[in-house]
Write a protein that binds this ligand. Structure first.
Ligand code: GTP
Length: 599
């Protein structure tokens, strides 16, 4: 165990976590220079394009240190977005230490702090690494001062590197060896291992990522998951190089994978304890919780023929994404679809993008909603996340909505606009303090539903990109809800209904009507677009009637042109939905959902 180090890299988004990980892979020879791809650890295309780490992977780095000894450094990659903070915390539990990467130009940001606190709570050895020192705007001294003041760490021990240019990387590896403690544990005790991740392999099924704390694990043994008592016979275990490398045994302190005929990743739970069926450990590892989706939206295929395909695609995505949930849903306007649950809006967007790109589906999404708790007049409580399930208001006694506690770090010149933005989003200020002479940390309690939409974009815009943001779920608080319905030509389009705070109802209804008006093509008759609460109309727009048939003359042309036009129309039709006597294009549904600057 003396020659093992288990560590993670944690950082605020874009501070260079993946770039540093790539350098470590390269310098330890895990990937040769010729096969070096940028950001080896981010495997999915979407991750690469968006430059964010969604799914963690780990890798064992072989390293001969300056003391002449050979070490195995297990680098456990963590997802880089607030939607996935539970996954980050479990990955950190698998480690004894963490490299905290801080951008030399940007300094300590909200997620730097959030990640640091998480690592501190888990008793990890934290090594501050100041990255991007090659940038002209790098200010290492300033960042060192922040490390002392904001993190309370000794800045003399901070490393200064450029992951991009490859400077200081050797020092990083030496620090991992010399400063991060080796794992401790009893190889002879009953097996106690942590599931810190799992992914799906089309040939082998679920690959469980494990960190062993006590005991040993061998192929052929029968393991048991603590949370649900499920048992499986182990087929293969091994280490993560870039590929999987089977081994005869995994031991206390080690990190590796396990294949055990587990069908989907949903059968494994991150944070769960794995032990042996015939010789179980006495207690589970601490901190396990079931992650539950917090944002819900219904997905409908534009063409109802694609429903089966959507079902298959969701099943496939689910294989690799335990936090995605879905169940059948039906809309009068849009037909059959699925109500899907996500960890956050980014998670939703990723799933949507994959469905459209990898499975070639055209979708209509309903407005994302959080889960509300309704207390009914008969004293019962019900949880709803779907406007379609909203009961008649006469039965509702009161409602509660989820709140988050947000930490926002910003230069003080932007305090005014950031505070007014937060208050405008029904935020309640809890704290404000200066981190140094010009940087402030603001703490706000905010309704999750307000943060979901465009809070982050607005925050970036009012602070010219300087404010950073992190949040934790707080609690459910009393609220006043209204269900806004949208009517087109007097017919309710159920898929456009939304649950909003009472004070937002007019604004949201008005905006939806304006957007729809602009997106619904003119028809031969006037089309009224209305917003309503219950039976009461609160907003109205009119799409005026078409005066003459502008396309009529095209049909007189030659045959190929006519054919082309017909084909185009067919394609276009696929992207339209008939609602009553009005045709609504997909773009109209999307426009209603989109939030923008000029609210
Ligand atoms: N100049 C300079 N740029 C760097 C350095 N390290 C990383 N970058 C750049 O910073 C950007 C973000 O780097 P990533 O490694 O993707 O950051 P990350 O922290 O992994 O980002 P997430 O995965 O989104 O959390 C990329 O454009 C990198 O090329 C560095 O040492 N110097």
């Amino acid at each position: 165990m003396d020659n093992i180090r288990n560590f993670s890299i944690i950082a605020h988004i874009d501070h260079g976590k993946s770039t540093l990980a790539d350098r470590l892979l390269q310098i330890t020879g895990v990937v040769g220079d010729h096969e070096f791809r940028d950001q080896m650890l981010d495997t999915m295309d979407i991750e690469r394009e968006r430059g964010i780490t969604i799914k963690s992977q780990s890798v064992a780095l072989p390293y001969r240190a300056s003391d002449g000894k050979d070490y195995v450094l297990n680098l456990i990659d963590t997802p880089g977005h607030a939607d996935f903070s539970y996954e980050v915390s479990r990955a950190l539990v698998a480690c004894e230490g963490a490299l905290l990467v801080i951008d030399a130009a940007q300094g300590v940001q909200a997620q730097t702090l959030a990640n640091f606190y998480m690592a501190l709570e888990l008793d990890l050895e934290v090594i501050p690494v100041i990255n991007k020192i090659d940038l002209p705007s790098a200010d290492v001294d300033r960042v060192k001062a922040q490390i002392e003041k904001d993190l309370g760490l000794d800045s003399d021990h901070a490393l200064a590197i450029s992951a991009k240019e490859g400077t200081g990387i050797e020092e990083v590896l030496e620090a991992v060896v010399n400063r991060i403690p080796h794992p401790k544990g009893d190889p002879n005790a009953p097996l106690k291992a942590l599931i810190f991740d799992s992914h799906w392999d089309p040939y082998r099924g679920t690959i469980v990522h494990l960190r062993l704390f006590d005991g040993k694990l061998k192929p052929g043994e029968v393991i048991k998951f603590w949370s649900n008592n499920a048992t499986y016979k182990v087929e293969e275990i091994g280490s993560f190089l870039i590929e999987r490398k089977p081994r005869k045994e995994l031991n206390a302190g080690q990190v590796g994978y396990m294949i055990a005929g587990i069908k989907t990743v949903s059968d494994t739970r991150i944070g769960d304890t794995v032990t042996l069926e015939d010789r179980p450990c006495k207690e589970a590892l601490k901190g396990f919780k079931l992650v539950k989706p917090v944002v819900f939206s219904s997905f409908y295929p534009i063409s109802s023929d694609d429903y089966e395909e959507l079902a298959v695609a969701l099943e496939k995505l689910k294989l690799n994404d335990a936090s995605l949930t879905f169940e059948k849903d039906h809309s009068t306007a849009l037909g059959h679809g699925f109500r899907c649950g996500f960890l956050g809006l980014l998670h939703l967007e990723i799933v949507q993008e994959r469905l459209e790109r990898e499975f070639n589906l055209s979708l209509i999404l309903t407005a994302p909603s959080v889960q509300y708790v309704l207390v009914l007049k008969d004293g019962t409580e019900t949880i709803i996340d779907n406007p379609a399930k909203y009961p008649d208001p006469v039965y509702i006694q009161s409602a509660k909505e989820p709140f988050i506690r947000a930490s926002i770090i910003l230069p003080d010149q932007f305090l005014g606009p950031v505070i007014s933005l937060s208050i405008d989003r029904r935020g309640v200020q809890k704290d404000m303090h200066y981190l140094d002479s010009s940087r402030v940390e603001l703490t706000f309690d905010l309704p999750l539903s307000e943060v979901l939409f465009d809070f982050y974009d607005r925050l970036k815009s009012v602070s010219r990109g300087y404010a950073s943001f992190d949040y934790d779920f707080l609690e459910y608080r009393e609220t006043e809800l209204a269900k806004v319905d949208i009517l087109v030509s007097g017919e309710k389009v159920d898929a456009l209904s939304m649950l909003v705070h009472k004070d937002r109802a007019y604004q949201r209804a008005r905006r939806a009507c304006e957007r729809l008006k602009n997106e619904i093509p003119r028809q031969l008759f006037k089309v009224a677009v209305q917003g309503a609460i219950g039976g009461k109309i609160i907003a109205r727009e009119t799409v005026s009637a078409l005066r003459k048939d502008v396309t009529a003359k095209c049909y007189g042309g030659d045959i190929t042109r006519k054919k082309k036009l017909l084909e185009k129309q067919k394609e276009g039709k696929k992207r339209m939905k008939q609602v009553g006597n009005v045709v609504i294009p997909q773009s109209a549904f999307l426009a209603v959902l989109k939030t923008d600057e000029d609210e």
